[in-house]
Ligand binder design. Structure first.
Ligand code: FRU
Length: 486
């Protein structure tokens, strides 16, 4: 294997510019490159980081290993946008070239202080014996697009009682002005949890302790926590590792989800909350992060990928993308997730827009990158299917069964190569309401499914031939159907 430890920790600055240019061109010519998702120019993308709005601009960074489709020396890659849809490539902003982050600038969050974008992230450092020493580092974005690190680290050590798995600070501010950060951790007894720190200036932090939840034993590590408030409720997101499959739930290698509760009582660290639910029933979703939009909406972006899984694009030297941004709202005690309304800006051409009657089966259009919405769905058969990116032997198949209200996504025939088959090739969600509305966003190598105005969402990578473009409905039904080329 070419990915020796040396190769994984080689900095981008070691590579001659013309060699890197060739890598970029090879990636650009790869099949399955996205048309409207954030993807790495080369190498591997993972978690969204530092998502924040400031002065007319959204900033969204991502975890990036430049040199190949593996996890190695991580940088923060910087994207900016005025509308959350069209993104401008700002290049690498956070470079892991200090002692405290010598083995990677790991995940973290953004916040606005003194009218400037600030971040807090985990410096990943390993010593000569390969023992990990995480620290939490504050920085700010300079006008030249680089992050200035405020060294030494704001939180130089792991507090007593926790292991070296201590990372991913998410900073938030109380109305009173006090700053907090929540960090993903593993307790000495090898269970996952989160801890909180408090600060008056977001530079000097005081350890408060562990958040008291009703999940003292729920996986071995909680990565990428996020805390925010919506309609007077306190919502905690995190990505627990080590949860066993349970019915339809927890089918992927790692999960991410949320709990809704009362607002965190700080600094007492109590949290009255309901049960954990997964955010997404697709195959490829992890480590989401939220921010507040200019108009107050809560927006979430996730990593459309998972750790420790190989993907067909690996052979072309790149991996993964971010999901589309979603708006989160609370309805009847549940989190609803809708594609942000700005995504309408992606529509290039209307392919189909009419009330349509389907008898048995009908190929209604052909497209590679598109959005489709079905509303006012009336079914005459108990089951119906939608096939997208279909041709010959290939199809990504969505099935709804009206008797059970179960909706299934099957990617077993999505293309010649299907990732993570050891984790199965179907995912199913049990809907609370009969299916009445469905919206799909399909890109060259992904599908994002939104059911019943945000009741359930699935994000999934698929690797079809570019010529597989049939959109086919099977069953007896009528619906208002709109299809837009994106
Ligand atoms: C989650 C994660 C984080 C870590 C980062 C490293 O995918 O493992 O916990 O900070 O990725 O890239």
């Amino acid at each position: 294997n070419q990915w020796t430890r040396e190769a994984r920790y080689r900095p981008l600055s070691d590579i001659a510019p013309e060699v890197y240019q060739t890598m970029k061109e090879e990636v650009r010519n790869s099949p399955w490159r996205f048309s409207y998702h954030i993807q790495p120019p080369t190498g591997l993308l993972n978690d969204p980081n530092g998502f924040v709005y400031h002065d007319g601009t959204y900033h969204l960074f991502y975890q990036w290993f430049p040199l190949g489709p593996v996890h190695g020396l991580k940088y923060w890659y910087h994207m900016t946008s005025k509308d959350l849809v069209h993104w401008f490539d700002e290049g690498a902003a956070l470079i892991p070239n200090d002692d405290a982050d010598s083995h990677g600038a790991y995940s973290g969050s953004g916040f606005i202080k003194d009218d400037a974008v600030h971040i807090m992230y985990t410096g990943n450092k390993r010593d000569a014996d390969w023992v990990r020493h995480p620290s939490q580092i504050v920085g700010h974005l300079r006008s030249d697009g680089r992050i200035d690190k405020h060294l030494p680290p704001a939180i130089p050590n792991v507090p007593a009682g926790y292991t070296e798995h201590f990372r991913d600070p998410k900073v938030f501010q109380e109305a009173s002005g006090t700053w907090y950060c929540i960090i993903g951790a593993q307790c000495d007894d090898l269970t996952g949890c989160t801890v909180l720190y408090q600060s008056e200036d977001a530079e000097t932090w005081t350890f408060l302790g562990e958040l008291k939840t009703q999940y003292p034993d729920f996986g071995y590590m909680w990565e990428c926590p996020d805390y925010f408030e919506l309609d007077d409720k306190g919502i905690l997101l995190f990505s627990p590792q080590g949860i066993e499959p349970d019915g339809d739930a927890y089918q992927n290698i790692f999960q991410s989800g949320y709990m809704i509760g009362e607002k965190l009582a700080l600094p007492e660290l109590t949290y009255q909350h309901h049960a954990f639910s997964e955010l997404d029933f697709g195959f490829d979703f992890y480590a989401p992060q939220t921010t507040q939009a200019a108009d107050g909406r809560r927006i979430l972006v996730g990593w459309m990928g998972l750790p420790d899984i190989s993907y067909p694009s690996d052979m072309y030297n790149w991996a993964h993308a971010l999901t589309l941004p979603r708006e989160l709202t609370l309805q009847e005690g549940r989190l609803k997730q809708l594609p942000i309304r700005e995504l309408d800006l992606l529509r290039k051409r209307t392919i189909h827009a009419q009330s349509t009657e389907i008898n048995q089966a009908m190929t209604i259009a052909q497209a590679e990158t598109f959005e489709i919405e079905l509303s006012n769905l009336a079914l005459q058969t108990t089951q119906f299917e939608i096939h997208v990116r279909a041709a010959d032997q290939e199809a990504t198949v969505l099935t709804y069964d009206a008797t059970t209200q179960r909706f299934t996504l099957d990617r077993s025939r999505s293309g010649a190569e299907v990732p993570a088959v050891d984790y199965g090739t179907t995912r199913t969600v049990q809907l609370e309401q009969p299916l009445h509305q469905l919206r799909l966003f399909v890109d060259r190598s992904s599908i994002e499914i939104f059911l019943n105005d945000g009741e359930a969402v699935a994000s999934t990578r698929i690797f079809p031939k570019s010529t597989s473009q049939d959109i086919t409905l099977i069953g007896d039904l009528t619906a208002d159907i709109s299809i837009y080329e994106l």
